[in-house]
Design a protein around this ligand. Structure first.
Ligand SMILES: C[S@@+](CC[C@H](N)C(=O)[O-])C[C@H]1O[C@@H](n2cnc3c(N)ncnc32)[C@H](O)[C@@H]1O
Length: 795
């Protein structure tokens, strides 16, 4: 099938991409933030016809970010949609990337017409436009020729990326050489990089690179080293440019003795940062602070462990590394990779912290004089003083928490001297968290420093860190989030941020943009984290119902009495109960339901429902349940709507709630609690008795009256129709005793939970749920994008 035919059939952007990949025969394809990425050519794809300049604006935003991170960029750029494509050699756009007059957005998806207009004069005449209908063959040939040329704009080797480049060389080239002594890697590495592919560019090196045809051969003394496989060698030299610039060559050579290969095992402490993610952090630092940041900043890592975060540093003379455990200090000191760095034992949350909220270095005498001087100079803003960069992955542990399980997770772990300060400052929950304790001391001690920190994101947007955020303010510069599974010791599914802050500016955090890396460190998307005051969150949108009646029957499921109830009172006139606990995506899936009496499982938190607040409850319920939890959206807080809500949206949400698996409302007698029998009355049946063939009267017709006169969308009506059939089937069925007991089918007003579960359990009759599920899925599909459009969740 031709490309034009495939494009004709394409329904989604994914289909459009796949059509082009197939037609162009693209190999080694990666689909991530850049829609289609191959070493030689990058594509931006759109499902609908889009102006090429707009697509190039977006693609160039990614190219610029990659270039800043020191990643190789391809020789060609291509933009595609279902009608047309445009191709351009990247070199024509290079002047744009350094042009200070252009305001580049933080995220590619924010590239707009204004940016397109700015880049137009430079690139307009350089890209070739192909209407696929009519020019398919020409386009395919042009791309295939471009790929065959194999042009890539390679990354230079400099003093700042030397360590990263060396580590990659060992992994891709060195391991293929059968080297006998670890120290020989550096010797061979220099022979390789100080060569332009034809001749050596430096004389008198202890090893030499020769070529046997196309195959490299290394000569060192009497030994000859051949590559077992040349694949890594080719890939490596597709990424990097050789030789390094003349001005760097001697400096690079002087660093040779510190270049021993990293043994990953040496860096596996209990809560270590994996080295492939440290590598990404160094790319991010270069992109954010400038390629020469290692020369310009003094770095202090005050929770260095065995030094993972410094393992990629190429200029250790500017580095201070301190940590709690003496054994870790010994390990760091014996590691030649850290030769030149100042390494010392120091308890950052206790040492030198006096009772008056001050730091007094005389108390422990542990902080080196040179660091004290650097801190004083930076604080004073002394002319010529190097700024300080705090580069850390602090411990994440709060008293009794599940995060960072292990030795650090002990009751009382938070009781440090800084914790004492924070309690005095009334910083609430954040005082318990070790990493926010680090931030509080850093803010006090190093107020002008730049901070680059790995941590969970709760300091950014968790409601119980609001007091902390009012004290700890800084200007966000840039960063990434990475899946926690990249870190061996962290269970669960959530993002770990590596965020860079300029603390000289005390700005409130309202929104931060990050790139998204998967556990391997590949760039897979972008994400913004939105921060709103607690008063704007969805969990305070509904007015509280203050219950004054007698004790309420506590439930832990639709029909199960809670064994360890938190006592609550009844609310006169209530028709049900909405359990909606913590206000974030992490908890929403597990902690949202409606029931016919109070629900006391989970973390508590719920509200009695009445005819006045039911419309809001349906929306809160639907909004919390519609979006699937992922590690990326884990920390997203639900927000109050930012757009007007239509009647259709309201009635759609109501129907979606009534037929959700988390609608646990029920009608049942004989629930035993507090030495007496209790009944549940079901107010949530959307049908009258006659409609569903019930054999007895429903105690409440609340929902039928509530819905009378409401207009329902075709999608909601389809759910009601299919749901009605299941209710009818339920009432027409004689259930065996076990099912009647299990689901307490002892009165007519059985709820959706009982209807569904009883029909599923009755194996003698097979109930076809498929038509219902399809209708329900359609309604969900309609509502899902509206959660974002109406402002309940950030995009
Ligand atoms: C999450 S680990 C990170 C280790 C290393 N920087 C890395 O990235 O792999 C946190 C480190 O902080 C150390 N630490 C814990 N409490 C500390 C304190 N009060 N002062 C200094 N270091 C501390 C721990 O021993 C641990 O090595």
């Amino acid at each position: 099938m031709s490309l034009i035919e495939d494009l004709h059939r394409a329904r989604t952007e994914e289909d459009v991409k796949d059509a082009y990949i197939k037609a162009l025969g693209l190999k080694a394809v990666f689909k991530g933030l850049v829609d289609i990425q191959t070493p030689e050519i990058w594509f931006e794809a759109k499902e609908t016809p889009t102006p090429p300049l707009l697509m190039f604006a977006q693609l160039l935003t990614y190219v610029r970010a990659a270039r800043k991170r020191g990643e190789p960029i391809p020789g060609f750029l291509c933009v595609i949609d279902r009608e047309k494509a445009a191709l351009m050699p990247t070199e024509h756009a290079l002047p744009l990337l350094n042009d200070p007059t252009i305001v580049w957005p933080k995220s590619g998806s924010a590239a707009d017409k204004a940016l397109a207009a700015q880049i137009a004069p430079i690139i307009e005449t350089h890209f070739i436009h192909y209407q696929i209908d009519g020019y398919e063959a020409e386009f395919i040939k042009a791309v295939k020729d471009a790929v065959r040329e194999g042009r890539i704009i390679r990354t230079p080797i400099t003093p700042d990326n030397l360590r990263q480049v060396f580590d990659k060389w060992v992994a891709m080239v060195g391991v293929e050489l059968g080297v006998k002594r670890e120290a020989d890697y550096a010797v061979l590495f220099f022979a390789d990089i100080m060569h332009d592919g034809h001749t050596a560019t430096m004389a008198n090196l202890p090893a030499r690179l020769l070529f046997n045809g196309n195959d490299p051969v290394f000569i060192m003394g009497a030994d000859q080293y051949d590559l077992a496989s040349a694949r890594g060698y080719r890939n490596f030299w597709n990424i990097y440019h050789r030789p390094p610039e003349q001005k760097h060559r001697h400096y690079l050579l002087e660093r040779r003795d510190s270049l021993l290969p990293m043994d990953d095992q040496k860096f596996k402490g209990a809560f270590y940062t994996p080295l492939h993610i440290v590598d990404k952090a160094y790319d991010q630092l270069a992109a954010t602070l400038g390629a020469d940041w290692q020369q310009r900043y003094i770095v202090w890592d005050m929770c260095a462990g065995v030094g993972n975060l410094e393992a990629k540093h190429s200029n250790l003379r500017n580095v201070f590394m301190s940590t709690l455990d003496r054994e870790d200090v010994t390990i760091m000191r014996s590691n030649p990779a850290f030769a030149g760095a100042e390494i010392f034992q120091y308890d950052y949350l206790n040492d030198d912290v006096d009772d008056f909220g001050q730091i007094d270095y005389a108390l422990s005498g542990k902080v080196p004089q040179s660091l004290r001087q650097a801190i004083a100079d930076a604080k004073e803003g002394k002319k010529g003083a190097k700024p300080i960069l705090v580069l850390i992955n602090p411990p994440y542990a709060e008293s009794g928490s599940g995060i960072g399980k292990g030795d650090e997770n002990k009751i009382g772990v938070e009781k440090t001297r800084i914790n004492g300060w924070m309690r005095e400052m009334n910083l609430g929950y954040a005082s318990k968290e070790l990493f926010t304790q680090f931030l509080v001391r850093i803010r006090h001690e190093l107020p002008t420093s730049t901070l680059a920190m790995f941590s969970t994101l709760k300091y950014i947007n968790a409601p119980n860190f609001e007091a902390f955020r009012s004290l700890w303010r800084a200007k966000y510069l840039d960063g990434f989030v990475v899946e926690n599974k990249a870190f061996d010791s962290l269970k669960g599914s959530f993002p770990i941020g590596f965020l860079i802050w300029d603390q000289r500016f005390q700005l409130s955090i309202t929104e931060i943009q990050t790139t998204v890396l998967d556990r391997k460190g590949s760039l897979v998307g972008e994400k913004s984290y939105v921060v709103r005051p607690n008063s704007k969150l969805l969990n305070v949108w509904m007015a509280k119902t203050s219950a004054k009646g007698g004790p309420a029957l506590p439930l832990s499921n639709a029909l199960t009495v809670a064994s360890n109830p938190r006592p609550k009172r009844q609310y006169a006139g209530a028709v049900g109960y909405l359990y909606a606990s913590n206000n974030d995506m992490q908890h929403a899936g597990q902690e949202t339901l409606i029931s016919s009496s109070i629900f006391t499982g989970g973390n508590g938190g719920g509200i009695w429902l009445t005819d006045a607040n039911l419309w809001q409850a349906a929306i809160v319920f639907a909004v919390r349940m519609l979006t699937v939890h992922t590690w990326v959206n884990h920390n997203d807080q639900f927000l109050q709507p930012s757009q007007p809500l239509s009647e259709e949206f309201k009635s759609d949400c109501l129907v979606w709630m009534l037929f959700s698996g988390k609608n646990l409302t029920a009608g049942a007698d004989g629930l035993r609690w507090n030495d007496r029998d209790w009944s549940l009355t079901n107010h949530f049946i959307p049908f009258a008795e006659a409609e569903v063939g019930a054999k007895a009267r429903f105690e409440s017709d609340f929902m039928v009256r509530y819905m009378a006169g409401m207009a329902f969308s075709p999608e909601a009506r389809a759910v009601l129709d299919q749901g009605r059939k299941l209710f009818q089937r339920f009432h027409a069925t004689s259930f065996p005793n076990k099912i009647r007991q299990d689901y307490k089918l002892n009165r007519a007003d059985a709820g959706w939970y009982q209807v569904r579960k009883a029909l599923e359990a009755h194996s003698d009759i097979v109930t076809d749920f498929a038509p219902f599920r399809e209708a329900y899925a359609n309604l969900g599909q309609k509502l899902r994008p509206m959660v974002f459009e109406l402002g309940f969740l950030p995009e």
